[in-house]
Design a protein around this ligand. Sequence first.
Ligand SMILES: [Zn+2]
Length: 112
Amino acid sequence: MARKKGKKGSGSKDDRNDWHRFNKFKEENEKLRKEVSKLRKLVDSVLVDRLQKKQDRVDNNESAIEPVCERCGNTDLVSIPISRPDGKFEIITCKSCNHRSPLKKIKEPKPE
Ligand SMILES: [Zn+2]
């Protein structure tokens, strides 16, 4: 008999429990999928809102607000510098959803 994750007891009820768990998992999965699509819509609307605010500031000639993640709209971004023989680049990653921006070239300051 194979051991199941070190759980003791049940024995022959294992199969039924597995089936029960599987069905429960399927239910949960369905719920989560609905939840995710709800959240997606929410995130979309928040993102649109942020972009709108950003555009408003640009229209009013105000200084640009901090950059936001283009996927989730979060402002918690991290810049990862990358040095290559052909120049310096950076990738902006989002701490919230781990989105990565495309590689961007950084203009090097002239040596003094
Ligand atoms: Zn993000």
